[in-house]
Design a protein around this ligand. Structure first.
Ligand SMILES: Cc1ncc(COP(=O)(O)O)c(C=O)c1O
Length: 401
């Protein structure tokens, strides 16, 4: 046999953690929904109508003109100083810029937290349901992820105390949660911080949607009330653009140096150019003018979806919530239905969503599904919700007489 004819090497042995890396159910599902003609409420993408393209075009020019070489050079792992200052200045509690670690999206923040905080078998508490991307980031570290009971007001604090055990941390999304859109009430926040303090339970607070409120800002972050006991994750993805891949972590001194070392090993630093761009774009209070336009658009979109649900599904035993901000709304199908099994039938009718079962650490509620109200047009929302209602009606389980 000539050397080139040898069969390819087959000696790959993957690490055990690689088995824990599962394809995102959502990404796989969404491939189907990319077919032309499908109205998808499935994606978690911000509306591209909110991306400030012109502001970025101008900022690009200024960054390259004023400090092109600096913007194109390697930089410090902590992040670009003026960006860290801008982030610290926007947070609603006293944060020194030196406490801010710029990350490549808040998704990297989750990955770094997992590496620094989780050993094989470590107990990690999460909401029920919770952000799938966090479960994915934690999984390779082989935690025991435990779902804590939660309701429309957020996490059940008594259950946090019951489940606390030797948990390394509680991961929680108090504002306009992904996937449910729910917001943790002020009473719950106070109670949760009390339990966290009393039981020395560290909290990892993820807040990418907090600025996207519709009528009133959400209550203060948990971290603002207990900075030494919390790690806070923020992001520019939902208020500027996700393609920048810029987020940040604010962590107490007990963990911050290790997160920085993990960051160094992961990618040296987040893109220097993008960090400077954001500093340029943020100048002169840009976000204070820009974010209200996103809020207004998303609120109108939410209202369109709520109106369509009311119009099309009021006679069905379907339940949904009315989120006060963010991008998602949570639906529960009639008894006996399964959102995963229904999806192909919905796709036949040219509408798609994400089945809720993807978002549970423990036993899933198979009747649930997530709808994004921000990317489809209001016309598409009307058509898509009508199609979903028809799909549900056609597949209602037959009740025994
Ligand atoms: C709750 C939550 N956390 C983190 C992320 C990751 O965001 P990014 O890495 O773009 O900042 C997302 C993205 O949708 C999210 O919904």
């Amino acid at each position: 046999m000539k050397r080139d004819d040898l069969p390819p090497a087959t000696g790959w042995t993957l690490a055990r953690r690689a088995e824990r890396m599962n394809p995102s159910v959502i990404r796989d599902l969404l491939k189907v929904t990319e077919r032309p003609g499908i109205i998808s409420f499935g994606g978690g993408l911000p509306s591209p109508r909110t991306f400030p393209v012109a502001a970025f075009a101008e900022a690009c020019e200024r960054v390259l003109r004023d400090d092109g070489p600096g913007a194109l050079q390697y930089a410090s792992s902590e992040g670009y100083g003026p960006l860290r200052e801008a982030i610290a200045a926007r947070l609603p509690w006293k944060v020194d810029p030196s406490q801010v670690l710029v990350t490549t999206g808040s998704q990297q923040g989750l990955d770094l937290v997992a590496k620094v905080m989780i050993d094989t078998g470590s107990r990690v508490l999460v909401e029920t349901p919770t952000y799938l991307g966090a479960l994915q980031a934690f999984a390779p570290m082989e935690p025991e992820a435990v779902g804590v009971a939660s309701d429309g007001e957020g996490i059940d604090v008594a259950d946090v105390a019951r489940q606390r055990g030797d948990a390394r941390f509680l991961y929680v999304l108090p504002n306009f949660q992904n996937p449910t859109g729910r917001t943790m009430s002020e009473t719950r926040r106070q109670a949760l911080v009390h339990v966290a303090r009393a039981t020395a339970l560290p909290i990892v607070e993820d807040n990418p949607y907090g600025d996207l409120w519709f009528d009133a800002p959400p209550p203060a972050p948990l971290t603002a009330r207990n900075p030494e006991g919390s790690i806070y994750l923020g992001s520019f993805s939902k208020v500027l653009a996700p393609g920048l891949r810029l987020g940040y972590i604010v962590a107490p001194a007990a963990v911050a140096p290790k997160l920085l070392q993990a960051k160094q090993a992961a990618d040296l630093h987040s893109p220097s150019f993008n960090q400077r761009l954001v500093v340029e774009v943020l100048r002169d209070g840009f976000l204070d003018r820009h974010v209200p336009t996103i809020r207004a658009l998303y609120k109108a979109q939410r209202d369109a979806m709520l109106a369509a649900l009311q119009r099309e599904m009021q006679d069905l035993d379907v339940r949904w919530n009315a989120p006060d901000g963010g991008m998602f709304l949570w639906v529960r199908l009639p008894a006996g239905m399964d959102a995963m099994a229904l999806l192909p039938k919905a796709v036949e009718r040219n509408v798609a969503y994400v089945p809720g079962s993807a978002f549970y650490a423990g036993e899933a509620d198979h009747r649930t599904l997530r709808l994004s109200f921000v990317t489809a047009s209001q016309e598409q929302i009307a058509t898509g919700i009508a199609a979903l209602a028809t799909t549900i009606r056609e597949n209602l389980p037959v009740r025994p007489c």
